[in-house]
Design a protein around this ligand. Structure first.
Ligand code: GLY
Ligand code: MN
Ligand code: MN
Length: 462
Protein backbone atom coordinates (compact mmCIF):
# COMPACT_ATOMS: atom_id res chain seq x y z
CA UNK A 1 0.00 0.00 0.00
CA UNK A 2 1.19 3.57 -0.67
CA UNK A 3 1.39 6.12 2.16
CA UNK A 4 -1.75 7.75 3.57
CA UNK A 5 -0.47 11.03 2.13
CA UNK A 6 -0.54 9.53 -1.38
CA UNK A 7 -4.22 8.60 -1.14
CA UNK A 8 -5.12 11.91 0.52
CA UNK A 9 -3.22 13.73 -2.21
CA UNK A 10 -5.15 11.87 -4.94
CA UNK A 11 -8.49 12.71 -3.32
CA UNK A 12 -7.43 16.34 -2.90
CA UNK A 13 -6.47 16.45 -6.57
CA UNK A 14 -9.93 15.10 -7.40
CA UNK A 15 -11.52 17.76 -5.20
CA UNK A 16 -9.61 20.46 -7.07
CA UNK A 17 -11.38 19.57 -10.34
CA UNK A 18 -14.35 21.84 -9.66
CA UNK A 19 -17.06 19.21 -9.12
CA UNK A 20 -20.01 19.90 -6.82
CA UNK A 21 -22.09 17.49 -4.72
CA UNK A 22 -20.75 14.06 -3.79
CA UNK A 23 -18.99 11.21 -5.58
CA UNK A 24 -19.70 7.65 -4.59
CA UNK A 25 -17.12 4.91 -5.10
CA UNK A 26 -18.20 1.28 -5.02
CA UNK A 27 -15.64 -1.31 -4.03
CA UNK A 28 -15.92 -4.76 -5.56
CA UNK A 29 -17.50 -7.66 -3.72
CA UNK A 30 -16.72 -11.34 -3.60
CA UNK A 31 -18.05 -12.92 -6.77
CA UNK A 32 -19.44 -16.47 -6.80
CA UNK A 33 -17.96 -18.99 -9.22
CA UNK A 34 -20.38 -21.89 -8.96
CA UNK A 35 -21.98 -21.44 -5.52
CA UNK A 36 -21.93 -18.48 -3.16
CA UNK A 37 -19.09 -19.57 -0.90
CA UNK A 38 -16.84 -20.65 -3.78
CA UNK A 39 -15.65 -17.33 -5.06
CA UNK A 40 -13.31 -16.10 -7.77
CA UNK A 41 -10.05 -14.62 -6.59
CA UNK A 42 -11.02 -11.23 -5.15
CA UNK A 43 -9.99 -8.23 -7.26
CA UNK A 44 -10.70 -4.77 -5.88
CA UNK A 45 -12.03 -2.09 -8.22
CA UNK A 46 -9.14 -0.03 -9.60
CA UNK A 47 -10.77 3.38 -8.97
CA UNK A 48 -11.40 2.34 -5.39
CA UNK A 49 -7.77 1.24 -5.10
CA UNK A 50 -6.55 4.51 -6.60
CA UNK A 51 -8.42 6.82 -4.23
CA UNK A 52 -9.01 4.63 -1.17
CA UNK A 53 -6.34 1.91 -1.41
CA UNK A 54 -8.21 -0.70 0.66
CA UNK A 55 -8.00 -4.12 -0.94
CA UNK A 56 -10.99 -5.81 0.71
CA UNK A 57 -14.51 -6.70 -0.42
CA UNK A 58 -17.65 -5.06 0.96
CA UNK A 59 -16.57 -1.41 0.96
CA UNK A 60 -17.91 1.85 -0.42
CA UNK A 61 -16.75 5.43 -0.10
CA UNK A 62 -17.98 8.97 -0.54
CA UNK A 63 -16.06 12.12 -1.44
CA UNK A 64 -18.01 15.24 -0.49
CA UNK A 65 -16.87 17.98 -2.87
CA UNK A 66 -18.72 20.70 -0.95
CA UNK A 67 -17.43 19.96 2.58
CA UNK A 68 -14.15 18.36 1.47
CA UNK A 69 -14.79 15.29 3.66
CA UNK A 70 -14.11 11.65 2.76
CA UNK A 71 -16.02 8.69 4.18
CA UNK A 72 -15.39 4.95 4.05
CA UNK A 73 -18.25 2.53 4.63
CA UNK A 74 -17.86 -1.10 5.62
CA UNK A 75 -18.51 -3.61 8.36
CA UNK A 76 -16.04 -4.90 10.90
CA UNK A 77 -15.54 -8.65 10.97
CA UNK A 78 -17.93 -10.75 13.03
CA UNK A 79 -16.76 -13.63 15.18
CA UNK A 80 -17.91 -16.01 12.43
CA UNK A 81 -15.73 -14.12 9.92
CA UNK A 82 -12.75 -14.40 12.25
CA UNK A 83 -13.32 -18.13 12.70
CA UNK A 84 -13.19 -18.72 8.94
CA UNK A 85 -10.77 -15.99 7.83
CA UNK A 86 -8.62 -15.27 10.88
CA UNK A 87 -8.18 -11.99 12.76
CA UNK A 88 -9.23 -8.93 10.75
CA UNK A 89 -8.09 -5.31 11.08
CA UNK A 90 -10.91 -2.99 12.22
CA UNK A 91 -12.22 -0.64 9.52
CA UNK A 92 -11.12 2.46 11.46
CA UNK A 93 -7.54 1.23 11.42
CA UNK A 94 -7.68 0.30 7.74
CA UNK A 95 -9.14 3.70 6.85
CA UNK A 96 -6.41 5.52 8.79
CA UNK A 97 -3.83 3.88 6.50
CA UNK A 98 -5.37 5.75 3.55
CA UNK A 99 -5.82 9.03 5.42
CA UNK A 100 -9.56 8.70 6.09
CA UNK A 101 -10.85 9.34 9.62
CA UNK A 102 -14.59 9.12 8.98
CA UNK A 103 -15.88 5.56 8.79
CA UNK A 104 -19.34 4.10 9.21
CA UNK A 105 -21.13 0.75 8.92
CA UNK A 106 -21.99 -0.27 5.37
CA UNK A 107 -25.71 0.26 5.99
CA UNK A 108 -25.04 3.99 6.50
CA UNK A 109 -23.83 4.32 2.91
CA UNK A 110 -27.38 4.14 1.54
CA UNK A 111 -28.54 6.65 4.17
CA UNK A 112 -25.84 9.16 3.18
CA UNK A 113 -26.69 8.79 -0.50
CA UNK A 114 -30.41 9.09 0.28
CA UNK A 115 -29.80 12.27 2.26
CA UNK A 116 -27.84 13.81 -0.57
CA UNK A 117 -30.64 12.84 -2.95
CA UNK A 118 -33.29 14.45 -0.73
CA UNK A 119 -31.22 17.63 -0.58
CA UNK A 120 -31.09 17.70 -4.37
CA UNK A 121 -27.29 17.42 -4.42
CA UNK A 122 -25.49 16.03 -7.47
CA UNK A 123 -24.44 12.42 -6.95
CA UNK A 124 -21.55 11.47 -9.22
CA UNK A 125 -20.73 7.83 -9.89
CA UNK A 126 -18.44 5.97 -12.28
CA UNK A 127 -19.85 3.38 -14.71
CA UNK A 128 -20.13 0.08 -12.83
CA UNK A 129 -19.10 -3.00 -14.83
CA UNK A 130 -20.20 -5.74 -12.41
CA UNK A 131 -23.80 -6.83 -12.14
CA UNK A 132 -24.07 -6.43 -8.36
CA UNK A 133 -22.80 -2.87 -8.47
CA UNK A 134 -25.16 -1.97 -11.33
CA UNK A 135 -28.01 -3.26 -9.18
CA UNK A 136 -26.67 -1.30 -6.20
CA UNK A 137 -26.69 1.96 -8.19
CA UNK A 138 -30.23 1.14 -9.27
CA UNK A 139 -31.26 0.61 -5.65
CA UNK A 140 -29.49 3.74 -4.42
CA UNK A 141 -30.55 6.12 -7.17
CA UNK A 142 -33.60 4.53 -8.79
CA UNK A 143 -31.99 4.42 -12.25
CA UNK A 144 -33.14 1.39 -14.30
CA UNK A 145 -30.34 -1.21 -14.36
CA UNK A 146 -30.18 -1.03 -18.16
CA UNK A 147 -29.54 2.73 -18.01
CA UNK A 148 -27.03 2.84 -15.16
CA UNK A 149 -23.95 2.93 -17.44
CA UNK A 150 -25.15 5.86 -19.54
CA UNK A 151 -26.08 7.84 -16.42
CA UNK A 152 -22.58 7.74 -14.98
CA UNK A 153 -21.05 11.16 -14.34
CA UNK A 154 -19.05 12.46 -17.29
CA UNK A 155 -17.33 15.17 -15.19
CA UNK A 156 -16.23 12.52 -12.67
CA UNK A 157 -15.05 10.19 -15.46
CA UNK A 158 -13.02 13.01 -17.02
CA UNK A 159 -11.54 14.03 -13.67
CA UNK A 160 -10.51 10.46 -12.84
CA UNK A 161 -9.04 9.86 -16.31
CA UNK A 162 -6.98 13.06 -16.06
CA UNK A 163 -5.52 11.90 -12.72
CA UNK A 164 -4.98 8.21 -13.41
CA UNK A 165 -3.47 8.79 -16.88
CA UNK A 166 -0.30 10.31 -15.44
CA UNK A 167 1.62 7.85 -13.28
CA UNK A 168 3.80 9.04 -10.40
CA UNK A 169 7.14 7.53 -9.37
CA UNK A 170 5.51 5.14 -6.88
CA UNK A 171 3.15 3.80 -9.53
CA UNK A 172 5.97 3.38 -12.04
CA UNK A 173 7.96 1.44 -9.42
CA UNK A 174 4.94 -0.88 -9.00
CA UNK A 175 4.66 -1.36 -12.76
CA UNK A 176 8.38 -2.17 -12.88
CA UNK A 177 7.78 -4.87 -10.24
CA UNK A 178 5.04 -6.33 -12.43
CA UNK A 179 7.43 -6.14 -15.39
CA UNK A 180 10.11 -8.08 -13.49
CA UNK A 181 7.62 -10.91 -12.93
CA UNK A 182 6.44 -10.64 -16.54
CA UNK A 183 10.05 -11.02 -17.67
CA UNK A 184 10.37 -14.31 -15.80
CA UNK A 185 7.05 -15.51 -17.21
CA UNK A 186 8.18 -14.90 -20.78
CA UNK A 187 11.70 -16.25 -20.49
CA UNK A 188 10.25 -19.40 -18.93
CA UNK A 189 7.71 -19.75 -21.76
CA UNK A 190 10.49 -19.40 -24.33
CA UNK A 191 12.62 -22.05 -22.65
CA UNK A 192 9.65 -24.44 -22.63
CA UNK A 193 8.84 -23.91 -26.32
CA UNK A 194 10.03 -27.32 -27.40
CA UNK A 195 8.30 -29.96 -29.57
CA UNK A 196 6.22 -32.37 -27.46
CA UNK A 197 5.48 -29.80 -24.75
CA UNK A 198 1.85 -28.87 -24.07
CA UNK A 199 0.64 -25.30 -24.44
CA UNK A 200 -1.34 -25.78 -21.23
CA UNK A 201 1.72 -26.76 -19.24
CA UNK A 202 3.51 -23.59 -20.33
CA UNK A 203 0.45 -21.44 -19.57
CA UNK A 204 0.06 -23.07 -16.16
CA UNK A 205 3.74 -22.71 -15.34
CA UNK A 206 3.87 -19.02 -16.15
CA UNK A 207 0.57 -18.35 -14.37
CA UNK A 208 2.24 -19.91 -11.34
CA UNK A 209 5.18 -17.53 -11.74
CA UNK A 210 2.73 -14.60 -11.65
CA UNK A 211 1.15 -15.93 -8.47
CA UNK A 212 4.46 -16.68 -6.82
CA UNK A 213 5.46 -13.09 -7.59
CA UNK A 214 2.85 -11.95 -5.07
CA UNK A 215 0.05 -10.94 -7.40
CA UNK A 216 -1.84 -12.72 -10.10
CA UNK A 217 -1.89 -12.45 -13.87
CA UNK A 218 -2.93 -9.04 -15.15
CA UNK A 219 -5.36 -10.77 -17.57
CA UNK A 220 -6.08 -14.34 -18.64
CA UNK A 221 -2.98 -15.63 -20.42
CA UNK A 222 -3.04 -15.65 -24.21
CA UNK A 223 -0.80 -18.50 -25.38
CA UNK A 224 -1.22 -20.48 -28.55
CA UNK A 225 0.36 -21.74 -31.72
CA UNK A 226 -2.76 -20.35 -33.39
CA UNK A 227 -1.55 -16.83 -32.80
CA UNK A 228 -3.63 -15.54 -35.68
CA UNK A 229 -6.51 -15.57 -33.18
CA UNK A 230 -5.67 -12.35 -31.38
CA UNK A 231 -6.89 -13.27 -27.91
CA UNK A 232 -6.51 -17.04 -27.95
CA UNK A 233 -7.09 -18.57 -24.52
CA UNK A 234 -7.20 -22.14 -25.83
CA UNK A 235 -4.04 -23.95 -24.70
CA UNK A 236 -4.98 -27.47 -25.70
CA UNK A 237 -2.37 -28.21 -28.36
CA UNK A 238 0.88 -30.11 -28.32
CA UNK A 239 3.82 -28.02 -29.52
CA UNK A 240 5.02 -28.91 -32.99
CA UNK A 241 8.44 -28.12 -34.42
CA UNK A 242 8.27 -25.36 -36.98
CA UNK A 243 5.20 -23.60 -35.58
CA UNK A 244 5.15 -20.23 -33.85
CA UNK A 245 4.02 -19.83 -30.26
CA UNK A 246 2.52 -16.48 -29.24
CA UNK A 247 2.61 -15.71 -25.53
CA UNK A 248 0.80 -12.55 -24.42
CA UNK A 249 0.97 -12.42 -20.66
CA UNK A 250 1.70 -10.16 -17.73
CA UNK A 251 1.54 -10.02 -13.98
CA UNK A 252 -0.01 -7.75 -11.41
CA UNK A 253 2.16 -6.34 -8.65
CA UNK A 254 0.92 -6.79 -5.09
CA UNK A 255 -0.72 -3.35 -5.41
CA UNK A 256 -2.38 -4.45 -8.68
CA UNK A 257 -0.33 -2.55 -11.23
CA UNK A 258 0.04 -4.48 -14.48
CA UNK A 259 2.62 -5.60 -16.98
CA UNK A 260 1.67 -6.79 -20.45
CA UNK A 261 4.26 -8.33 -22.77
CA UNK A 262 3.98 -10.42 -25.92
CA UNK A 263 6.68 -12.52 -27.49
CA UNK A 264 6.56 -14.97 -30.36
CA UNK A 265 8.83 -18.00 -30.20
CA UNK A 266 9.60 -20.61 -32.86
CA UNK A 267 8.86 -24.03 -31.41
CA UNK A 268 12.18 -25.87 -31.24
CA UNK A 269 14.15 -22.63 -31.35
CA UNK A 270 14.78 -21.85 -35.00
CA UNK A 271 12.75 -19.43 -37.13
CA UNK A 272 12.27 -20.57 -40.72
CA UNK A 273 13.26 -18.01 -43.35
CA UNK A 274 9.60 -17.21 -43.99
CA UNK A 275 8.94 -16.72 -40.26
CA UNK A 276 12.08 -14.70 -39.76
CA UNK A 277 11.17 -12.30 -42.57
CA UNK A 278 7.80 -11.55 -41.00
CA UNK A 279 9.31 -11.47 -37.50
CA UNK A 280 11.82 -8.82 -38.46
CA UNK A 281 9.08 -6.62 -39.94
CA UNK A 282 7.11 -6.79 -36.67
CA UNK A 283 10.26 -6.06 -34.67
CA UNK A 284 11.04 -3.07 -36.91
CA UNK A 285 7.46 -1.87 -36.35
CA UNK A 286 7.83 -2.24 -32.58
CA UNK A 287 11.21 -0.45 -32.55
CA UNK A 288 9.82 2.32 -34.75
CA UNK A 289 7.01 2.93 -32.28
CA UNK A 290 9.44 3.10 -29.36
CA UNK A 291 11.58 5.62 -31.22
CA UNK A 292 8.56 7.81 -32.08
CA UNK A 293 6.99 7.87 -28.62
CA UNK A 294 7.48 11.24 -26.92
CA UNK A 295 5.31 13.91 -25.32
CA UNK A 296 3.16 15.86 -27.75
CA UNK A 297 2.84 13.24 -30.49
CA UNK A 298 -0.52 11.58 -30.97
CA UNK A 299 -0.61 7.83 -30.51
CA UNK A 300 -2.80 7.71 -33.60
CA UNK A 301 0.11 9.08 -35.65
CA UNK A 302 2.49 6.50 -34.12
CA UNK A 303 -0.02 3.75 -34.96
CA UNK A 304 -0.21 4.94 -38.57
CA UNK A 305 3.59 5.17 -38.92
CA UNK A 306 3.84 1.62 -37.61
CA UNK A 307 1.19 0.54 -40.12
CA UNK A 308 3.44 1.98 -42.85
CA UNK A 309 6.46 0.01 -41.60
CA UNK A 310 4.30 -3.13 -41.75
CA UNK A 311 2.89 -2.32 -45.20
CA UNK A 312 6.29 -1.48 -46.59
CA UNK A 313 7.82 -4.68 -45.17
CA UNK A 314 4.99 -6.76 -46.60
CA UNK A 315 5.39 -5.01 -49.94
CA UNK A 316 9.06 -5.97 -50.00
CA UNK A 317 7.99 -9.60 -49.52
CA UNK A 318 5.43 -9.32 -52.31
CA UNK A 319 2.39 -9.64 -50.05
CA UNK A 320 1.32 -6.03 -50.57
CA UNK A 321 1.71 -3.73 -53.55
CA UNK A 322 1.14 -0.13 -54.62
CA UNK A 323 1.87 3.07 -52.76
CA UNK A 324 2.47 2.40 -49.06
CA UNK A 325 0.97 5.69 -47.84
CA UNK A 326 -2.14 5.13 -49.96
CA UNK A 327 -2.39 1.51 -48.76
CA UNK A 328 -2.37 2.64 -45.13
CA UNK A 329 -4.80 5.49 -45.86
CA UNK A 330 -7.17 2.87 -47.28
CA UNK A 331 -6.66 0.54 -44.33
CA UNK A 332 -5.14 -2.23 -46.47
CA UNK A 333 -2.52 -3.07 -43.80
CA UNK A 334 -5.39 -4.15 -41.53
CA UNK A 335 -5.68 -7.46 -43.38
CA UNK A 336 -2.45 -8.32 -41.56
CA UNK A 337 -2.50 -5.86 -38.61
CA UNK A 338 -6.17 -5.67 -37.67
CA UNK A 339 -5.78 -4.14 -34.20
CA UNK A 340 -4.49 -1.00 -32.54
CA UNK A 341 -0.88 -0.37 -31.63
CA UNK A 342 -1.54 -0.25 -27.92
CA UNK A 343 -3.37 1.03 -24.90
CA UNK A 344 -2.78 2.74 -21.58
CA UNK A 345 -1.63 0.48 -18.76
CA UNK A 346 -1.65 0.97 -15.00
CA UNK A 347 -3.96 -0.41 -12.34
CA UNK A 348 -5.78 -2.12 -15.20
CA UNK A 349 -3.96 -3.78 -18.05
CA UNK A 350 -6.26 -1.82 -20.37
CA UNK A 351 -6.14 1.10 -18.02
CA UNK A 352 -9.50 2.66 -17.12
CA UNK A 353 -11.33 0.80 -19.87
CA UNK A 354 -14.28 0.63 -17.44
CA UNK A 355 -14.58 4.42 -17.75
CA UNK A 356 -15.10 4.27 -21.51
CA UNK A 357 -12.39 4.12 -24.16
CA UNK A 358 -13.60 7.31 -25.78
CA UNK A 359 -12.75 9.24 -22.60
CA UNK A 360 -9.46 7.45 -21.92
CA UNK A 361 -7.93 7.28 -25.37
CA UNK A 362 -9.48 10.17 -27.24
CA UNK A 363 -10.42 13.82 -26.81
CA UNK A 364 -11.91 16.75 -28.73
CA UNK A 365 -8.82 16.89 -30.94
CA UNK A 366 -8.28 13.18 -31.68
CA UNK A 367 -11.39 11.14 -32.31
CA UNK A 368 -11.57 7.41 -33.04
CA UNK A 369 -11.09 6.48 -36.70
CA UNK A 370 -14.02 4.64 -38.19
CA UNK A 371 -12.04 2.17 -40.29
CA UNK A 372 -11.49 -1.57 -39.89
CA UNK A 373 -8.24 -2.13 -37.97
CA UNK A 374 -7.46 1.42 -36.83
CA UNK A 375 -11.00 1.48 -35.41
CA UNK A 376 -9.76 -0.90 -32.70
CA UNK A 377 -7.10 1.56 -31.54
CA UNK A 378 -7.67 2.15 -27.82
CA UNK A 379 -5.45 5.22 -27.51
CA UNK A 380 -5.14 7.97 -30.09
CA UNK A 381 -4.59 11.21 -28.21
CA UNK A 382 -1.44 13.23 -27.58
CA UNK A 383 1.05 11.60 -25.23
CA UNK A 384 2.11 13.24 -21.99
CA UNK A 385 5.01 12.52 -19.63
CA UNK A 386 3.88 9.90 -17.11
CA UNK A 387 1.64 7.99 -19.50
CA UNK A 388 2.36 4.26 -19.53
CA UNK A 389 1.38 2.63 -22.80
CA UNK A 390 1.85 -0.63 -24.61
CA UNK A 391 3.55 -0.98 -27.98
CA UNK A 392 2.22 -4.15 -29.59
CA UNK A 393 2.28 -4.36 -33.38
CA UNK A 394 1.61 -7.69 -35.05
CA UNK A 395 1.22 -9.47 -38.37
CA UNK A 396 -1.33 -12.26 -38.64
CA UNK A 397 -2.71 -14.49 -41.36
CA UNK A 398 -6.36 -14.93 -40.41
CA UNK A 399 -8.09 -17.36 -42.80
CA UNK A 400 -11.61 -15.97 -42.32
CA UNK A 401 -10.44 -12.42 -42.95
CA UNK A 402 -8.33 -13.39 -45.98
CA UNK A 403 -11.31 -15.31 -47.42
CA UNK A 404 -13.60 -12.29 -47.05
CA UNK A 405 -11.20 -9.74 -48.51
CA UNK A 406 -10.29 -12.09 -51.36
CA UNK A 407 -13.94 -12.85 -52.19
CA UNK A 408 -15.01 -9.20 -51.99
CA UNK A 409 -11.78 -7.87 -53.55
CA UNK A 410 -11.33 -5.52 -50.58
CA UNK A 411 -8.23 -3.37 -51.07
CA UNK A 412 -7.34 -5.63 -54.01
CA UNK A 413 -5.16 -2.85 -55.44
CA UNK A 414 -2.83 -3.17 -52.46
CA UNK A 415 -2.85 -6.91 -51.72
CA UNK A 416 -1.33 -9.80 -53.68
CA UNK A 417 -3.85 -12.44 -52.70
CA UNK A 418 -1.99 -15.20 -54.57
CA UNK A 419 1.06 -14.53 -52.44
CA UNK A 420 -1.06 -14.28 -49.27
CA UNK A 421 -2.36 -17.79 -50.01
CA UNK A 422 1.18 -19.09 -49.53
CA UNK A 423 1.02 -17.88 -45.88
CA UNK A 424 -2.18 -19.67 -44.88
CA UNK A 425 -1.36 -21.69 -41.77
CA UNK A 426 1.46 -19.30 -40.82
CA UNK A 427 -0.24 -18.18 -37.59
CA UNK A 428 0.70 -14.77 -36.25
CA UNK A 429 3.46 -12.72 -34.72
CA UNK A 430 3.05 -10.01 -32.08
CA UNK A 431 5.76 -8.22 -30.07
CA UNK A 432 4.65 -6.15 -27.09
CA UNK A 433 6.60 -3.93 -24.71
CA UNK A 434 5.42 -1.49 -22.03
CA UNK A 435 6.61 2.08 -22.42
CA UNK A 436 6.78 5.04 -20.06
CA UNK A 437 6.45 8.41 -21.77
CA UNK A 438 9.27 10.51 -20.29
CA UNK A 439 9.93 14.26 -20.63
CA UNK A 440 11.90 13.64 -23.81
CA UNK A 441 10.86 10.30 -25.28
CA UNK A 442 9.86 6.78 -24.31
CA UNK A 443 11.49 4.32 -21.95
CA UNK A 444 10.84 0.58 -22.09
CA UNK A 445 9.73 -0.47 -18.62
CA UNK A 446 11.50 -3.37 -16.94
CA UNK A 447 14.44 -5.19 -18.43
CA UNK A 448 13.44 -5.76 -22.04
CA UNK A 449 12.34 -9.34 -22.54
CA UNK A 450 14.64 -10.97 -25.15
CA UNK A 451 13.29 -9.78 -28.46
CA UNK A 452 15.65 -10.21 -31.40
CA UNK A 453 15.29 -13.46 -33.32
CA UNK A 454 18.81 -14.46 -32.25
CA UNK A 455 18.15 -13.76 -28.56
CA UNK A 456 14.98 -15.85 -28.62
CA UNK A 457 16.57 -18.71 -30.56
CA UNK A 458 19.44 -18.82 -28.07
CA UNK A 459 17.03 -18.99 -25.12
CA UNK A 460 14.98 -21.84 -26.53
CA UNK A 461 17.92 -23.95 -27.59
CA UNK A 462 19.68 -23.24 -24.27
N1 GLY B 1 -3.21 -8.42 -23.19
C1 GLY B 1 -4.08 -8.02 -24.20
C2 GLY B 1 -3.49 -6.90 -24.89
O1 GLY B 1 -2.32 -6.93 -25.15
O2 GLY B 1 -4.11 -5.92 -25.13
MN1 MN C 1 -0.82 -8.11 -24.21
MN1 MN D 1 -1.58 -5.05 -24.48
Amino acid sequence: MFTAATYTGRRNALKSKGLKGIAIFLGNNESAMNYPDNTYHFRQDSNYLYFFGLDFPGLAAVVDFDSGEDFIFGDDATLADVIWMGPQIPLKEKAAKVGVTKTAPYADFAKVVDNAKKQGRTIHFLPPYRGDNKILIHELLGIPVSQVQENASLPLIKAVVSLRSVKDAGEIAEIEKACAVGYQMHVTAMKMALPGEWEQRIAGTIEGIAMSGGGMTAFPIILSQNGETLHNHNHSQLLEKGRLLITDAGAESALHYASDFTRTTPVGGKFTTKQREIYDIVLAANNTATSLIKPGVTYLSVHLEVAKVIASGLKSLGLMKGDVDEAVKNGAHALFFPHGLGHMMGLDVHDMEDLGQIHVGFDEEIQPVNQFGTGYLRLGRRLQPGFVITNEPGIYFIPALIDKWQAEKINAGFINFDKVDEYRGFGGIRIEDDILVTETGGRILGERVPVTAEEIERLVIG
